[in-house]
Design a protein around this ligand. Structure first.
Ligand code: AHR
Length: 337
């Protein structure tokens, strides 16, 4: 109808109003066209979800499960298409997952690296594909810092120091300690060992009599503690576990050996999971140093900033706190993981 009107009128029949209308018609059509284009473009943009690959270590602890849930629920909240890969504790599976994410042309990758070393070749491939990498919870050792955008994690050395300081005070600077280390080569195992040792060395009466990996799992923690109890028996005054899960396994081993965990043997561990608070309320665990696994919001903030070309801090440090047995029953209800 608009086109007919534009093509047919006799020049003599054109009123000033109609002339104005006619003059405006091409502009109106242009504006309408532009509006349609904007609407279509926005609809397309809304349809094109952000795709993010998440390479997770596994499910060795309730801490890890809480971290997975945090990232998955945040992705859902933001309408992100999350491609999740569980590496079952193997770096080679994580490397395969990263390559698969590159082949799928994801927009960004969230990586929780199982160990610190061995990432350069695959991260160079990711960089060549122009995909941003956000490291969560564990750091890596690479010469080229541009291979990842940011690391969002707790300060594990400081966690080890906090556990050491608490234990040195509790034991009044005297006693034999056994240490349950995390996964060999993992940043939290290396750093928590380092921070704790730093403090213990300052107290000549404190000795780490045994130290072995329990792989961050409850079963392994129990197994290693059984071996420690066999060889050291009553000689053990305290357990330092690199995570709560191993401490919970050690508690079982201590009870089965006829000792009272939390009384005959003092236990301090790291994570602050619900199970640790329950053990503290039951008097079986003495202290836990929190390590917050709820990294989903910070991880996706970093993804979005990186994709928008905005600056992202290289190290985003998560703050941790010490929780003693005496406060456990007052705070247990507020624990989120
Ligand atoms: O990297 C964080 C550590 O890994 C947590 O302390 C532990 O529970 C997890 O398995």
């Amino acid at each position: 109808m608009i086109e007919d009107a534009a093509q047919s009128p006799e020049p003599g029949c054109i009123t000033p109003e109609l002339r104005l209308k006619l003059l405006n018609m091409p502009l109106a059509r242009k504006l309408l066209g532009l509006l349609c284009a904007v609407v279509l473009f926005s609809a397309h943009a809304a349809e094109k979800k952000l795709t993010v690959g998440f390479s997770q270590i596994g499910a060795e602890s309730s801490w890890r499960t809480a971290e997975t849930e945090s990232i998955q629920s945040e992705a859902k909240k933001r309408g992100v298409d999350l491609k999740f890969s569980d590496a079952q504790q193997k770096q080679e599976n994580q490397i395969k997952a990263l390559r698969a994410f590159v082949a799928q042309r994801v927009d960004a990758i969230i990586l929780a690296p199982v160990v610190e070393t061995g990432w350069e070749p695959v991260l160079r491939e990711v960089k060549r594909a122009k995909i941003a990498v956000i490291l969560v919870d564990r750091g890596i050792k690479v010469a080229d810092q541009s291979l990842y955008t940011t690391l969002i994690a707790s300060d594990f050395v400081s966690e080890g120091r906090m556990a050491g300081e608490w234990l040195a005070k509790k034991l009044d600077g005297k006693g034999n300690i056994v240490e349950l280390q995390g996964t060999a080569g993992a940043a939290p195992a290396n750093d928590r060992k380092k921070g704790f040792a730093e403090i213990i060395q300052k107290h000549p009466g404190l000795k780490i009599v045994k130290s072995q990996s329990g792989d961050f799992t409850r079963a392994k923690g129990k197994e290693v503690m059984e071996a420690f109890l066999k060889s050291e028996g009553k000689n053990i005054n305290a357990v330092y576990a690199h995570n709560d899960e191993m401490a919970l396994g050690a508690i079982q081993a201590i009870e089965e050996a006829g000792f009272q965990p939390g009384k005959d043997i003092t236990l301090v561990s790291i994570d602050g999971v619900k199970g640790a608070f329950e053990a503290m309320v039951a008097g079986k665990l003495n202290c836990t140093v929190e390590c917050n696994p709820l990294l989903g919001p910070a991880a996706f903030n970093a993804v979005e900033a990186a994709l928008a070309g905005k600056p992202v801090e290289k190290n985003i440090v998560v703050k941790d706190e010490v929780y003693e047995q005496s406060v456990a029953k007052d705070v247990i209800a507020q624990r989120k993981y």
